[in-house]
Design a binder for this molecule. Sequence first.
Ligand code: CA
Length: 227
Amino acid sequence: MRLLLVEDNRRLGELVCEGLRTAGYAVDWVTSIDEAEAALEAARIDLMLLDLGLPDGDGIDLIRRLRRARNMTPILVLTARSGLNDRITGLDSGADDFLVKPFAIEELSARCRALLRRPDRGLPPQLILGNVALDPGERTVSVGDVRQDLGRKEIDLLEVLLRRAEHVVSKPMLEDSMYNMNEDVSANAIEAAVSRLRRHLKEAQATVEIRTVHGLGYSISAQQKSS
Ligand code: CA
């Protein structure tokens, strides 16, 4: 899950980033509306956390622009403005939820989970292929009935592949979903993660396989019965 934080307060930005990364999200942090728009164009964002008072404008205007353009990225507004009017304006403009500063990271994390899980966002409760099931909200993977002990990167990788099962997913697309913009990705990080995931799935007797499509990327599919 990829989150975009738009917050110009350094201290708060750092705290929120740290808290959400610990909770397992890839977080990109920008400090202005301009940068937020660029980030939204550059990558698929699952949830935007938006401060309203930003150096180059009002967050509410950004929400209005996005909604008018049919961009339905879930938006959680983080604001110090606790007035009722601001909340109503925000929700009217198309924000999905509000959190008034100061807030506890645990509460923020719970609100994010709730927004990412909303059924009307088209997020299925489970991604299933063969005997493998991944729960995007809980970040858990099971093979048959057995819960698997997988690293965070392997779960991210499996999620992206499952969302596009039977299709080729390119390496840049995987990097994009698994790492945030400021993380250094070593040249063979994706290959290493794929081989760890493959080994793990094989040992767990999963009935799916990850194929390498040379020069293009990777693809996951259910195993043929004969093999
Ligand atoms: Ca601000």
